[in-house]
Design a binder for this molecule. Structure first.
Ligand SMILES: Nc1ncnc2c1ncn2[C@@H]1O[C@@H]2COP(=O)(O)O[C@H]3[C@@H](O)[C@H](n4cnc5c(N)ncnc54)O[C@@H]3COP(=O)(O)O[C@H]2[C@H]1O
Ligand SMILES: Nc1ncnc2c1ncn2[C@@H]1O[C@@H]2COP(=O)(O)O[C@H]3[C@@H](O)[C@H](n4cnc5c(N)ncnc54)O[C@@H]3COP(=O)(O)O[C@H]2[C@H]1O
Lengths: 141, 141
């Protein structure tokens, strides 16, 4: 049955580990974040500190929104504003041993969810693509 | 069984219709596309012509890539370049009566896929969120 195929699995089994995840650091300026996003091609990435604790997410849209002034795009703000002034701090988090159903519930509204350990250190990300790959495989059996 | 729950469904049953889809037009300049993307909050949207034929997709990343020069961000290009010079024309397409399994196969690698009718006119989009909503609901029964 369908419930059996995803059941009893955990977030850890679908994890993209931290060493594979593009991110920026607290203290980075917006121009650096814009460069990382443009070059990696990702639309949103995690913001960590030097000890790999998770602080939020930053996206292209958040950066653009911050520099879109009333009369013109205020590009100089890219060099004066830091990621922490613009990032989304209110983000869902998962633990490695969380049930997969909890993870799927979150990715309905989030393209990816950050995974941390019990002390708040970044372990990696849980993405829509990994879940859809498995669903696609199961539907074609 | 799992295959029965998604089986025999078509793309049409998950469609977000064209009147709900943010898009830009052929001939628009990049600054207009950047504004639409920033204000709607979407990271990529379709490019249509005046008769609602589908021509490609444009994203924040494609625009940024086009204006990121070697020495500085060449913001003036936002007013001189058009969406057709930057958009991705090589995109998958679905038809309304395509099997859902074909759609799921495509959204493994694409956050959304444009749906058109047999004459190439834009009908709407097929998104990851709509499929994940249903999967989430089924897993919780
Ligand atoms: N460089 C690349 N190589 C291969 N495929 C690529 C790609 N960039 C984008 N994609 C495809 O586009 C989808 C959406 O990417 P997006 O950057 O908007 O949204 C991404 C991004 O915000 C984040 N993400 C994924 N992988 C990441 C990584 N290694 N580092 C940082 N963030 C990542 O998670 C979101 C969902 O990712 P997901 O894999 O489900 O879905 C990805 C993937 O299917
Ligand atoms: N204004 C908003 N309201 C509510 N939720 C929002 C939202 N903007 C983004 N989201 C959430 O973030 C996901 C990724 O959005 P993104 O813009 O990167 O990627 C989107 C965007 O490129 C496109 N898209 C979705 N709806 C659209 C629309 N009405 N018009 C134009 N493009 C749309 O399809 C991709 C996948 O969308 P999906 O719904 O699966 O997944 C969406 C949705 O879960």
């Amino acid at each position: 049955l369908e419930n059996k195929k995803f059941a009893k699995m955990t977030v850890a089994q679908f994890l993209i580990p931290s060493d594979k995840v593009a991110h920026v650091q607290l203290g980075n300026y917006l121009d650096h974040a814009l460069l990382v996003l443009t070059k990696t091609g990702y639309s949103a990435i995690p913001v960590l500190d030097t000890s790999y604790k998770l602080h939020g997410l930053i996206s292209m849209t958040m950066i653009m929104d911050a520099i879109l002034g009333l009369e013109r795009i205020e590009f100089e703000r890219l060099e004066t504003m830091k990621v922490e002034e613009v990032m989304n701090k209110d983000i869902p988090r998962l633990l490695l041993d969380d049930d997969i159903v909890k993870g799927i519930g979150l990715i309905v509204n989030h393209p990816f969810v950050c995974v941390e350990n019990k002390d708040g250190y970044f372990e990696g990300i849980f993405t829509r693509r990994e879940i859809l790959k498995r669903l696609n495989k199961q539907l074609r059996k």
